[in-house]
Design a protein around this ligand. Structure first.
Ligand SMILES: Nc1ncnc2c1ncn2[C@@H]1O[C@H](COP(=O)(O)OP(=O)(O)OP(=O)(O)O)[C@@H](O)[C@H]1O
Ligand SMILES: [Mg+2]
Length: 267
């Protein structure tokens, strides 16, 4: 995939994202009670790493991603993103941090029906301030759409796309600003096993080859197992299930053949 190459992680680099003792509750609308969702979450991810988040429906996985992406405020604890303490930033600074550094693939893909695929994937580039992110966005969009097999769909509206094609368009939109942190909420949820595999392989190319930090929520243990670490949300806390100490990214190139194959098969 044509995303700017980045140097791989160094242990001395600050984490791309870090949560410390994060707590978050929602107010139950009828009785007004606070319902705790995150009850002291600690999490850290560095450049070139991937982490899967699993757990039953309603356990707080999307909430966790929203907090990591600064779309949701925390009640207590610390959120550090791209080397900055996010908890003290105002809305404009947070918007800029998101636009420049964070890519989202939402649980529902949220493509705008009135826009074409090309217009949809270019939206985050328009949201970013002039500069790096905006420069070359159209060229990147063309290359990224090509790499996920959607070049010929660029002028189509989402309604004409299959579920898998929409997911792939959402992936391109998430990557258009070359984020350092990619947050993917059940990106393979609507796909059959074969296409789910392909999309996961496509996403894993980002940490492995481009130094992006990837956090992916999934219900598929098979997909989760492909990532460096699998974390489970349990009683409002994150518990690591596997990958103890696997902080080093997989050797660059280790999965290139499969990924290239997956991409070309999607064309
Ligand atoms: N904006 C909100 N207001 C009130 N409660 C909310 C809000 N968002 C989420 N919740 C509640 O917080 C809990 C966690 O929701 P969340 O969406 O994080 O779960 P999830 O693990 O992503 O579930 P799923 O696997 O079904 O997507 C749920 O009980 C949900 O009802
Ligand atoms: Mg969810």
């Amino acid at each position: 995939m044509k995303v700017k190459e980045r140097a791989m992680t160094k242990e001395t680099d600050p984490p791309v994202a870090r949560l410390r003792a994060v707590e978050k509750a929602y107010v139950e609308p009828e009785r007004g009670d606070a319902v705790p969702v995150l009850r002291g979450v600690d999490f850290e991810i560095r450049a070139g790493q991937s982490a899967a988040v699993v757990g039953p429906s309603g356990c707080g996985k999307s909430t966790l991603l929203n907090v990591l992406g600064t779309l949701d405020q925390v009640d207590a604890g610390e959120v550090e993103l791209l080397g900055r303490e996010a908890t003290g930033l105002g809305p404009a600074e947070l918007a800029e941090l998101r636009a420049r550094g964070i890519g989202f693939i939402f649980q529902l893909h949220h493509l705008l029906p009135q826009l074409t695929v090309m217009e949809n994937v270019l939206l985050p580039a328009l949201a970013a301030a002039a500069g790096d992110a905006r420069e070359g966005a159209e060229q990147r969009a063309v290359e990224l759409l090509e790499s996920v097999g959607l070049a010929e769909r660029a002028s189509w509206k989402p309604a004409r796309l299959s579920g898998g094609e929409r997911q792939r368009a959402a992936v391109v939109r998430a990557l258009i600003n070359q984020p350092r942190l990619l947050l993917a909420d059940e990106p393979t949820g609507a796909l059959d096993a074969r296409n789910a595999d392909r999309l996961t392989d496509l996403l894993l190319e980002l940490p492995r080859r481009h130094g992006v930090a990837l956090v992916m929520v999934t219900h598929h243990r098979g997909q989760a197992g492909k990532l460096d670490r699998v974390m489970e949300m349990r009683d409002g806390k994150l518990v690591q299930l596997n990958g103890e100490g696997s902080s080093a990214p997989a050797a660059a190139g280790a999965t290139d053949a499969t990924t290239e194959e997956a991409i070309s098969q999607q064309a």
